[in-house]
Every structure is written in structure tokens, then in C-alpha cells.
Design a protein around this ligand. Structure first.
Ligand SMILES: [Zn+2]
Length: 339
């Protein structure tokens, strides 16, 4: 099969690799219909994380091609969506809704899904089948559910977005934009998007943003305060992972407010005194996307949401290197790779 391998920072290649095989009786093999490049794939690409001949990708949708002898709930021929942590969905942590911390979890990025085929561990727990074979135009949205939509959704839930709430969203990448969509679906009254890119502002508004703030840092916080009678937002989504973004999120929340943080943290250090004085709730981390998949798949299937709009560049898998370059140079927000 063909698979993306990052040899070193900036060096992405598509190579012939051995087809994956069933190893555990709980495994399934899927043939991918699409995959994509994640913002987090840019950290090793830019040399901010070590990388040496690493298979890439952790987002996937496709058709089940083979199942292990213990797989019960998915069958050959099913169209399935899974998330970046394989999880059994039966342990105590999974049953509480925190499948990203499953006691048997397997990180899909270590197996790689920017490939023609992928081995999915714990298939019964990990994979959710769609009601039937999707129309081709639904595939980008189902693909988004695999990570960026599920992550944005968790951020909105963690921030307690809902009716009567003002939600501020730090980060206008795919996760931030879909955090806006999630907040809107959860019934938020007002959604303030931080963005300085015209195209992303337009998509933010389409997804439900009511206000756009172009300022960042302290100036951005001041604008949110102006828009909320000096109080700050009830709910804040942090979808970047930098020090500036995290502090902007904490300071944009009102006392007693909630911050849902899902930007993969890079050298973020929250000063204790600022945290103490802020009086906000913080909840975040790797999103338990699996918890939301059945609901998100249904919303997409019923064409009530179209999260696939975050993909602004589509390339065949063979041209993955171009996709990485486009995301690195910010000429694309999110790249869909087709097979
Ligand atoms: Zn579990």
C-alpha cells in the first residue's frame, strides 16, 4: 500500500509499505476513503517535535475490509468513522465519556492513517458505522468528525457553551471554526470569534459567529470585555495551544466562567497568581471524540451541519507533501487527502 512517511522535518514522502494485517482478534483493517493533515502534524514538520521516518496521520474514514475473530459490532463492508485514540469503549474511563484516556487506548498516529489501508485496534469500541454508504459529498464532513469537529465539540462542551451563553473562541483554524459550529448547535446566544483572516471570518460567520474580534492578546481581551458589559465571556474555547492564546482565553472568561482548551499545548505555563485571581473553570486536553461520534455522524447524515467546509484544499494522497507545504505556509487551513 501507499503511505505517508515523514523522514525528517519538512521531508514528507509517499512510499510503498507493507499492507497492515490483523494482529489482535479485536482489530479491523479499513480501506480509507479519505484522510487528512492535522494542524498537529505541523509541529514535527517544522522541527518543533522530533521526527525520524515516522508514519503520519490519525484521522480516517473508510470501509471495513477485514475483521479479527473477536470483532462483533462492525462488519466487512461497513463505512466507518473513528478517532485518533483507539478505545475499547467499555472500561470505566470510557463509560464516563473519556475515551481519549481509555485504559487500553492506542494512539492512531503511531500506526498512521495517511495511507490506503489502516489497522484499527479495538475495532468494536473505536469505530462507528454510518447508517449506510455515504454520498460522496458527505465524506469531507464525516472526515471532519474524526478529529477537528469532535475536538471543537468537546471544547464547546468543556466551556459549557449553551443557551443564554456568550462564547469566545480563540483560534480560527479548523478546530476553532468547528468550535463555533458546536457552540451554535449547543444553543449559544452570542459567539465572538477571534480572527484576522477575511476567509476564516466569513466561514466563522457561516458557522454561527455573531461578532469578530481582530485584536489579539490584551487588546483582544479588552474587546471581549467591551462586548460583554465589562464582564467577559461565559464560555471560552482555546484552540491554539500557545502561551498567548491560553492567557487570552483565561482573561476573556468572566469570573465563574469556563475555558475549554483543546489546542495541543506547547510550552504553556500558566502563572499561578493569574490563575488564582481569574476564578475560572479550566477543562480540556485530548478530546474524547468517540463520545460524540454517533451524534455528530447523525447530524452530518441528516445534513444539519456541514463541517467539511473547513477543508479548503483537496489533494490525492500521492501529493501529500504539497498539502503539508500549503498548511505550513498557511495557504490552506485544512487539507483533505483523497484515495
Ligand atoms: Zn476504555
Amino acid at each position: 500500500m501507499r503511505q505517508v512517511v515523514m523522514h525528517a522535518p519538512g521531508d514528507v514522502r509517499v512510499e510503498d509499505r507493507e499492507d497492515p494485517r490483523i494482529i489482535e482478534p479485536t482489530d479491523a483493517i479499513i480501506r480509507l476513503s479519505a484522510t487528512c493533515i492535522c494542524g498537529s502534524d505541523l509541529w514535527p514538520y517544522r522541527g518543533a517535535e522530533p521526527v525520524d521516518h515516522q508514519v503520519m496521520g490519525h484521522e480516517y474514514v473508510g470501509v471495513v475490509e477485514e475483521i479479527g475473530s473477536d470483532v462483533r459490532t462492525v462488519k466487512v463492508g461497513d463505512f466507518v468513522v473513528g478517532s485518533f485514540w483507539a478505545s475499547d469503549n467499555t472500561c470505566e474511563i470510557c463509560r464516563a465519556g473519556y475515551q481519549a484516556y481509555c485504559t487500553h487506548r492506542v494512539l492512531m498516529g503511531t500506526l498512521g492513517t495517511q495511507s490506503e489501508l489502516a489497522r484499527i485496534p479495538l475495532a468494536d469500541g473505536t469505530l462507528v458505522a454510518t447508517p449506510g454508504m455515504p454520498e460522496p459529498d458527505l465524506i469531507p464532513s464525516l472526515m471532519a468528525a474524526s478529529d477537528v469537529l469532535g475536538t471543537g465539540w468537546f471544547a464547546a462542551v468543556a466551556a459549557q457553551a449553551g443557551p443564554g451563553k456568550t462564547v469566545a473562541v480563540v483560534g480560527d483554524g479548523a478546530v476553532g471554526l468547528l468550535g463555533i459550529l458546536a457552540a451554535q448547535q449547543l444553543g449559544a446566544e452570542r459567539i465572538i470569534a477571534f480572527s484576522r483572516h477575511a476567509d476564516r471570518q466569513a466561514l466563522a460567520r457561516e458557522f454561527g459567529a455573531t461578532d469578530i474580534v481582530e485584536e489579539r492578546g490584551d487588546a483582544g481581551v479588552a474587546r471581549v470585555k467591551e462586548l460583554t458589559d465589562g464582564l467577559g465571556a461565559h464560555s471560552v474555547i482555546e484552540a491554539v495551544g500557545t502561551q498567548e492564546a491560553m492567557m487570552q482565553a483565561i482573561h476573556s472568561a468572566r469570573p465563574g466562567g469556563h475555558v475549554g482548551f483543546v489546542g495541543v499545548s506547547h510550552d504553556v505555563a500558566i502563572p499561578g497568581d493569574e490563575l488564582f485571581m481569574a476564578g475560572v473553570h479550566l477543562h480540556g486536553g485530548p478530546a474524547p471524540v468517540r463520545q460524540y461520534l454517533p451524534e455528530l455522524i447523525q447530524l452530518i447524515w441528516d445534513r444539519k451541519i456541514e463541517p467539511g467546509k473547513v477543508f479548503d484544499l483537496t489533494l490525492p494522497l500521492e501529493r501529500a507533501a504539497e498539502g503539508y507545504r500549503a498548511m505550513d505556509e498557511r495557504t490552506a487551513t485544512k487539507v483533505l487527502l483523497t484515495l
